[in-house]
Design a protein. Structure first.
Length: 187
């Protein structure tokens, strides 16, 4: 259980809403500092770091039994409201996510709508068309301002899966020459 001073400092960083989630306003996980939907991180006792929702659980209910996770009923990662949290195994957490349709990116924006997207759908089609006609991946990467691995992922269907899935599946795992040949036949 947390020290009373740590507890007071923690709850001072929460926006309380009596009708909904209690949102963690403190730090976020590394690499997600500007993402308001990211899991919170709480650093306390000068050396300890823990997910904000885990700290909220322990501060309210006590230690988390070994092997269990803290799951969200509300599916809102920055929420630290204790009655929105529950104990579960990793398997139960994944089953809960599947039941709510949160696996495989179903509720995540994709394509142009994704906030990290650098390409438009039309550009993806153009990249695939130009690759079929013999333009190198390196040249495509330079032209569109992305990395060569990004171009590879577009061509093989790892990225932009939502576009032409039947054509993409026909050439994943083939050599570059065989992929180009398959695209020329199906395109």
């Amino acid at each position: 259980m947390a020290h009373a001073l740590d507890s007071a400092r923690f709850w001072a960083r929460v926006r309380f809403d009596l009708m909904g989630c209690w949102i963690w306003l403190g730090g976020r996980r590394s690499g997600q500092r500007n993402n308001p939907k990211a899991y919170g991180i709480w650093r306390y006792a000068y050396t300890k770091s823990v997910s904000a929702h885990r700290f909220a659980w322990e501060d309210t209910f006590g230690p988390i039994p070994e092997g269990l996770k803290i799951c969200h009923r509300c599916d809102n990662p920055p929420c630290v409201r204790p009655d929105h949290l529950f104990l579960g195994t990793q398997k139960e957490n994944m089953a809960d996510a599947a039941r709510k349709g949160r696996l495989n990116g179903r509720d995540c924006p994709s394509g142009e709508a994704h906030p990290m997207s650098k390409l438009l759908i039309a550009e993806v089609f153009e990249i695939r068309r130009r690759y079929r006609t013999g333009t190198t991946q390196r040249a495509l990467a330079r032209t569109y301002g992305v990395s060569r691995p990004t171009i590879t992922a577009i061509i093989t269907g790892r990225n932009w899966r939502c576009l032409e899935p039947e054509k993409i599946k026909s050439f994943v795992g083939r050599s570059a020459a065989r992929r180009r040949a398959a695209l020329a036949i199906t395109g």
